[in-house]
Design a protein around this ligand. Structure first.
Ligand SMILES: Cc1cc2nc3c(=O)[nH]c(=O)nc-3n(C[C@H](O)[C@H](O)[C@H](O)COP(=O)(O)O)c2cc1C
Length: 318
């Protein structure tokens, strides 16, 4: 199945499903409109004579991947799409050489997802009930995941359209982040950083990476697209933390723009759901492989043959 077909079939699947509303955006829906608007502001500087062959393999925080395109943190509504949906996503991502990233709720079968052999990251929310948050971290670690994610952007919970999702949260402090980092043996990643101030606090707390993200429009309205704040963030952390990005990335061309702005990995949220809905584990694998193939063609033609060799100069602002 080609990418266009995966997206068409996947979107159609959600149209008559009640849980399809989980794909909506907070309040006015600005985040969705702005994501596409910002990504479309950049074109590519083709520079291909004497180009060699591109290679999308990369090693990030000790993990070998065949692609810099990964799953963004999500659990809902995967089990509603298919009862064994989480397992299918894990297997599809494994075929594609990518990484799985679970969200809320923490999957009951997290250890089985890990057992498929795909690298798995898992997030916790900054629940007001900190004892519960720490118990969640213990559960995640016991499952043997590769990375632990902290949702720094869910400090007032999450919201879809007009509905608050009911997770009682409060913002994490720098001290809490640093204590968690010190107490955990695997890489810790703060997800949902959108300013240099927060990025510097994450770096000072010693975390391994940050995800520049507007949480897919599930927290606040009128958040910028991550690319609007990437420069200030990447410059402020000065290689002290690895930077990932997500939000509205749909094709290989979008991913290349994320890499050009300094991201090591680019996450996909809704596209994973479309891939699963369109074709199960093959749909997820096909989605990731299709986007990676587009990325690889572009990398060759802009003369950036490795993902860490993609520079800002390949972009021309419209
Ligand atoms: C249905 C759904 C559930 C999500 N659940 C979580 C979650 O539990 N934790 C989290 O950090 N982000 C969550 N997100 C946000 C994604 O991790 C990601 O930041 C966002 O979806 C990326 O944008 P995209 O969907 O345009 O690719 C969710 C997004 C969607 C669409």
């Amino acid at each position: 199945m080609q990418l266009t077909e995966i997206y068409t079939r996947g979107k159609a699947f959600f149209e008559d499903k009640e849980f399809g509303s989980l794909l909506n955006y907070v309040e006015t829906g600005f985040v969705s409109r702005n994501d596409r608007h910002i990504l479309d502001r950049f074109t590519f500087r083709q520079c291909c004579i004497d180009a060699g062959e591109s290679d999308t393999d990369c090693r990030v925080l000790g993990v070998e991947l065949a692609t810099p395109v990964i799953m963004s943190s999500m659990t809902m509504p995967i089990p509603a799409i298919a009862a064994d949906g989480l397992m299918q996503v894990a297997e599809g991502l494994k075929i594609a050489g990518s990484l799985m990233w679970t969200g809320t709720p923490i999957p009951a079968n997290l250890d089985q997802l890990v057992a498929t052999g795909v690298p798995v990251a898992a997030n916790v929310k900054p629940l007001s009930d900190r004892a519960k948050m720490h118990a969640d971290i213990e559960r995640i670690l016991a499952a043997g995941v590769t990375w632990l994610g902290l949702e720094v952007d869910a400090g007032v919970g999450t919201k879809i359209a007009d509905r608050e999702m009911g997770f009682e949260c409060k913002p994490l402090s720098s001290e809490e982040i640093s204590r968690i980092k010190e107490s955990v043996a695997i890489p810790v990643i703060c997800k949902g950083v959108l300013s240099k101030e927060d990025a510097i606090k994450c770096a000072d707390a010693g975390v391994d990476a940050i995800v520049v993200s507007s949480h897919g429009g599930h927290t606040l309205d009128y958040l910028p697209h991550p690319l609007q704040v990437m420069d200030e963030i990447v410059n402020s952390v000065d290689d002290r933390v690895t930077v990932f990005v997500d939000g509205g990335f749909r094709r290989g061309s979008d991913v290349l723009k994320g890499l050009a702005f300094g991201a090591s990995l680019v996450g996909l949220g809704r596209p994973i759901l479309y891939g699963l809905a369109a074709g199960g584990k093959e749909g997820v694998a096909g989605l990731m492989e299709g986007i990676t193939r587009e990325l690889s063609r572009l990398m060759t033609m802009v003369g950036a043959l490795r993902t860490d060799a993609v520079r800002r100069g390949i972009l021309i602002s419209r």
